[in-house]
Design a protein around this ligand. Structure first.
Ligand code: AMP
Length: 249
C-alpha cells in the first residue's frame, strides 16, 4: 500500500512575522522556512504505518518554489521513501494545489493521502477537502487516530466537544490533527540517508493544471493593539471595578 503525503513549505512556526508596510502580505524575506507542523505529523503517521508493515511506500509531494526540495528532504529524513516536487513560482492557492495533488494521485495511485489539517501560513483548511472532492474520494479530516485494516481505514476525528469515529473505504483522504502523534526527532544519520533518496521534479503544465490564482488578497493588517491595563491595589477594588465594567458579577 502506497501513501502519498503532501507537505508545504511555510514560515517556521517560531518566527513572529511582520506585516509589510504596504499591507500586501507578511514579510517572508530572509525568514526561516520549515515544513508545516501538521504535515510533519502526516509524514510521521505514514512512516509509522510503513514501520508497522501496513504501508509499503511513503511518497512526499510538495508544490511550490525550488526551495521546497529542503522540505521534501526533511520528509525523506523522517522516513519517506521518495519525493515529488511540483515546481512553480506562482502563488499556489488551495484549489490549484488540490488540482495538482489530484493529478499526482492519479499517476501514483496511492491507497491513502495524508495531509495536514491546515497550513499555518494561510490557515485555509481547504486543500484536503478539495482534493477529496475533485478525486471523488472519501475523507476524514482532523484525525486523532488512524487504523488501517483490510480495505478500509478507521479514523477517530476531533470534533467540538468530543470525538467521532469513521470507517472509510480505501483509497481515502485523511487530514491530521495535533494529537495524532508526536513526530520523531530527525537524527543526523537519517538526514545523511535522505540525501541519497530520489526527488523527481515536474511542472504544473506537465500535469495539465492551470494554477492561476483565483483569489486576490486586498489587505493584510496587524491585529489591533491591546489597550494598556490598569493595576489595582487590592481585591476589593478589583471586584468593584469588575462590577462597574461588566454585568457578570
Ligand atoms: P491549507 O488548505 O492551505 O490549509 O493546507 C492543508 C494541507 O494541504 C497542508 O497541511 C498540506 O498537507 C497540504 N498543502 C497545502 N499547500 C500545499 C503545497 N503547496 N504543497 C504540498 N502540500 C500542500
Amino acid at each position: 500500500m502506497k501513501i502519498l503525503v503532501p507537505v508545504k513549505r511555510v514560515v517556521d512556526a517560531n518566527i513572529k512575522v511582520k506585516v509589510r508596510s504596504d499591507q500586501t502580505g507578511v514579510d517572508i524575506e530572509n525568514v526561516k522556512m520549515s515544513m508545516n507542523p501538521f504535515d510533519e505529523i502526516a509524514v510521521e503517521e505514514a512512516v509509522r504505518l510503513k514501520e508497522a508493515g501496513v504501508a509499503t511506500e511513503v511518497i512526499a509531494v510538495s508544490c511550490g518554489v525550488a526551495q521546497c526540495q529542503e522540505t521534501l528532504r526533511t520528509a525523506l529524513a523522517i522516513g519517506a521513501d521518495r519525493a515529488i516536487l511540483v515546481e512553480s513560482n506562482e502563488e499556489l492557492q488551495p484549489l490549484a494545489v488540490a488540482k495538482l495533488l489530484k493529478s499526482v494521485f492519479e499517476k501514483e495511485q496511492p491507497q491513502l493521502v495524508v495531509l495536514g489539517k491546515q497550513a499555518i501560513d494561510d490557515d485555509s483548511n481547504q486543500t484536503g477537502q478539495m482534493l477529496a472532492t475533485l478525486a471523488g474520494l472519501p475523507q476524514a479530516t482532523f484525525a486523532s487516530k488512524v487504523t488501517v485494516t483490510g480495505g478500509k481505514v478507521t479514523v477517530a476525528r476531533e470534533i467540538d466537544g468530543g470525538s467521532e469515529t469513521l470507517a472509510l473505504k480505501l483509497p481515502a483522504v485523511i487530514t491530521t490533527d495535533l494529537r495524532l502523534n508526536e513526530p520523531r526527532y530527525v537524527t543526523l544519520p537519517s538526514i545523511m540517508k535522505a540525501k541519497k533518496k530520489p526527488i523527481v521534479t515536474m511542472k504544473p503544465e506537465e500535469l495539465g493544471v492551470d494554477v492561476t490564482p483565483r483569489l486576490k488578497t486586498l489587505k493584510v493588517s496587524e491585529p489591533p493593539k491591546r489597550s494598556a491595563g490598569v493595576i489595582v491595589p487590592d481585591v476589593k477594588t478589583l471586584v468593584e471595578k469588575l462590577r462597574g465594567e461588566t454585568k457578570l458579577i
